[in-house]
Design a binder for this molecule. Structure first.
Ligand SMILES: [Cu+2]
Length: 666
């Protein structure tokens, strides 16, 4: 029985093949599960998806809190935002928007995404700092080293159009490479208008405009690997209908450099450093109209370094690692026609110092173990804020007089055992304890504001300097059965979270304050599939999660923004150069809604999508499809309210979308 760290490729388009190492198609990869015949892969450039976060809809247990066309906040098993550690090209990407207008998955557009990896179940401690809700990894496309002697070129170009928002994109990536060196450059452009809902009604403001650029160099020879990479994002006028303002711009880049050496006999050393700098402007009167004009200018500068040493220890590998990470945030608000200026976040700093050790190996022929521990010291501080608004004077003075320096000690422990009962049946059991230190918004929102990390519930929030860090106790149980044609894989999880941070009502109307409560989340994910008659296959999954407050003194005990019971089924027909698929997506009613912020219930719905793909000649692929074939109007429970106001109802989902893409890889 092979127990190497397996990868599952999840998918809509190319079923049943585990892609080879050199496969250039972008893919969703779910780590921490077994190899199996029913694996999938996805090719965003032939499916018309513009946003990497959209791929999460296909990952069991994952979903998206969507506040705008490019603003998709990752959610996994009911936990979202900063509870999930997302790295982009190895860097822990910081948001420049205090309301998460630019979540980490928005930095690299889908066509330039090489892979999105989602850690299933309990995230190992080696997957990063603050993994209470899981871990995800985005890798941008970086070209390929040459296969043969001499200088080669490789790359890809892709164009796409989608009808629902009259959207189009173009992307070009080129690399010049030898076996040892590669130099690559890429650029992309995406633009679309407000999308149509049904009968040509429009959802305002959902237009988008994004340019992205990457460049880099890679080296590999003998035991050495070196890379330097730069990715730049320039998002222009882009709507966020579930938030009080829209993106005017998000601009900035991420630089990273990495080096790895294989010292032989299982000894390896890896290091990486990154630096990020982003600038952002948002307002409420360019893409929408407002009673009083308001704008906000924000900045983030961040960076970090990672060191890891791997060595063989007793039938496995022992890893020792250090992670250093820091970020600085600034925000200024401009209010009114003759704007008055509020220095809302001033010199806010969040620094994390962390080290870990993890052992991954085999206890016997059929039992594998992953065991790790991590310690993190998190330090936060904030400078003095200023505001000329009379109504904010008391809050401002109290905040400026307070001791704002905070530090947290976080301990993560994870143990996962995998047992192979037979060559067709495996079991997994996992236990973990994870901490998460509060975000700067949770601590430092000194007066009520909607800039609360993308919660988009129509309320304003206040921070609390006395918040404690969250402590989660996690349990995981999974099984996986497969034979040559079929697979079936159920998973169950239970999380108890002490000091879970959530808003609670205050004496003021429509103002919530971040508060430590006691919570639990539990749920199941079931996947299954079968291939038949050579060219046909059927795949389906079902996801359920429930989140509850345990110390509620009222009947309102549900957590906020939890996806309803949902599932997906797909019938695929595939021949060598073409494939076609019909996909059904269903979401049940969501009646288990949060009471503290009067979350609105949603009705269930079903969607039908058709997708096709045809390879004209080697490397030249046409993709086409129709999403929401029946052109029905539905509301996603995780989608927020129109213009951040509950009385407007929820943001509607897209109506019928016909898309076509053309991609060429050489
Ligand atoms: Cu913003």
């Amino acid at each position: 029985m092979k127990f190497n760290k397996q990868i599952i490729y999840l998918n809509i388009l190319i079923p049943s093949v585990l892609l080879a190492e050199h496969q250039e198609l972008p893919s969703i990869i779910i780590e921490g599960s077994y190899d199996r015949p029913g694996s999938f892969s996805i090719t965003p450039d032939s499916s018309g998806l513009k946003d990497t976060a959209s791929l999460l809809g296909r990952v069991p247990g994952a979903d998206v809190n969507r506040n705008g066309p490019l603003t998709g906040i990752a959610s996994y098993r009911g936990l979202y935002g900063n509870r999930i550690n997302i790295t982009v090209d190895g860097a822990n990407m910081k948001e420049v928007g205090p309301n998460s207008m630019d979540p980490p998955l928005s930095h690299i557009p889908a066509p330039l995404t090489g892979a999105l990896k989602v850690q299933r179940g309990i995230a190992p401690v080696s997957s990063g700092i603050d993994t209470i809700g899981g871990a995800m990894v985005v890798e941008s496309r970086k070209g390929e080293f040459a296969d043969g002697e001499g200088v080669e070129t490789n790359g890809m170009a892709s164009l796409g159009y989608s009808s629902v928002e009259d959207g189009h994109y173009g992307v070009l990536l080129g690399a010049v490479a030898t076996q040892d060196h590669k130099l690559y450059l890429s650029g992309s452009k995406e633009k679309g208008r407000d999308y149509r809902i049904k009968n040509n009604q429009k959802q305002v403001p959902t237009r988008y405009d994004r340019d992205a650029f990457t460049a880099g160099y890679g080296y590999q020879r003998d035991a050495h690997e070196f890379g330097i990479n730069f990715s730049h994002n320039d998002t222009g006028h882009t709507g966020t209908p579930a938030l009080p303002m829209d993106i005017i711009y998000v601009r900035g880049g991420l630089y990273d450099v990495n080096y790895a050496i294989d010292l032989g006999e299982g000894y390896k050393f890896k290091t990486r450093a990154f630096y990020q700098s982003m600038r952002h402007w948002m307002d409420n009167n360019t893409l929408r109209s407002a009673m009083m004009n308001m704008a906000m200018r924000t900045e983030v500068d961040g960076g970090g370094a990672d060191l890891a040493f791997h060595m063989p220890v007793y039938n496995g590998e022992l890893s020792l690692g250090i992670n250093l990470d820091q970020s600085n945030h600034e925000a200024n608000i401009f209010m009114g026609a003759m704007p008055i200026e509020i220095n809302f976040f001033n010199n806010v700093e969040r620094d994390r110092y962390s080290f870990y050790t993890e052992w991954n190996g085999r206890l016997s022929e059929s039992v594998a173990l992953e065991l790790g521990a991590r310690y993190t010291h998190t330090v936060l501080d904030s400078g003095l804020v200023s505001s000329p608004v009379a109504g904010q004077a008391a809050d401002r003075n109290a905040f400026n007089a307070a001791d704002r320096n905070r530090d947290f000690n976080d301990v993560d422990i994870a143990a996962v055992v995998r047992y192979a009962y037979s060559s067709n049946l495996e079991f997994e059991i996992g236990l973990a304890r994870k901490n998460r230190a509060p975000t700067y918004q949770e601590l430092y929102l000194w007066t009520n504001s909607a800039a609360a990390g993308g919660l988009a519930d129509g309320f304003t929030y206040r921070g609390d300097l006395d918040l404690k860090n969250e402590t989660a106790y996690q349990f995981e149980l999974g099984a996986e059965w497969h034979n040559g044609q079929a697979y079936f894989a159920p998973r169950f999880f239970y999380h108890y979270i002490d000091d879970y941070i959530q808003g609670m009502p205050t004496a003021a109307a429509n103002v919530l304050q971040f508060t430590n409560i006691e919570a639990q989340l539990f749920g199941v994910e079931i996947e299954g599939g079968i291939s038949f008659c050579e060219n046909w296959r059927f795949d389906a999954n079902l996801n359920y999660v429930r989140g509850m407050q345990l110390d509620s003194d009222t009947d309102d005990e549900d957590l906020y923004r939890i996806a309803p019971l949902n599932g997906r089924a797909q019938l695929t027909y595939e021949r060598s150069v073409w494939m076609g698929a019909i996909e059904g997506v269903f979401y049940a009613d969501q009646g288990d809604v949060a009471g503290y912020n009067d979350e609105l219930k949603t009705k269930g719905y079903m969607l039908m999508n058709l997708r096709g793909r045809y390879e004209l000649v080697d490397g030249l692929v046409v993709g086409t499809g129709i999403e929401n074939v029946l052109d029905e109007k539905h509301f996603n429970h995780l989608g927020g309210y129109q213009l951040h106001n509950r009385t407007n109802g929820r943001v509607a989902m897209q109506g019928r979308n016909i898309y076509a893409t053309l991609g060429y890889t050489w």
